[in-house]
Design a protein around this ligand. Structure first.
Ligand SMILES: [Zn+2]
Length: 136
């Protein structure tokens, strides 16, 4: 990803607008290199404690990006009251077999404390695990 500041600001405003629920979605890069934050519905059914990006929205986004020449570069979600770390459940969702469930996509966690964003951390697949690579 290139210029992170607008992405970080958008992620922070999405998370703080719904501080009692884990918000989630994708960061995509377009054919021209522009970044786009695409929030999607959290269908986990226990919004404050888990996330699962709406599969139909994921599919629709993938199709649009394929048509336009873009791709998903990250999956994001927030933690209602917790650090920007990948939980065991997050890893279970992000890893499929011995590889990332969504190859080429980073995992971004937005950590909130008392309804305010405290940290936004990017995790990248290293070949065997997701490791933190940057703070936004
Ligand atoms: Zn999580």
């Amino acid at each position: 990803m290139t210029d992170h500041a607008p992405v970080a600001a958008r992620l922070a405003s999405l998370a703080e607008a719904d501080p009692r629920n884990e918000v989630c979605g994708f960061v995509a890069v377009g054919a021209g290199g522009e970044l786009e934050v695409v929030p999607v519905r959290n269908v986990a059914g226990q919004g404050g404690q888990a996330f699962e990006a709406d599969p139909a929205a994921h599919l629709a986004l993938s199709r649009r990006l394929r048509r336009e020449g873009g791709r998903i570069v990250a999956v994001f979600h927030s933690h209602v009251d917790g650090p920007a770390r990948l939980s065991a459940a997050d890893l279970a969702g992000a890893v499929l077999g011995n590889g990332p469930a969504l190859p080429g996509a980073d995992q971004i966690v937005v950590g909130l404390e008392s309804g305010k964003v405290k940290e936004i951390r990017v995790f990248r697949w290293t070949g065997s695990d997701f490791a933190p690579v940057a703070d936004l």
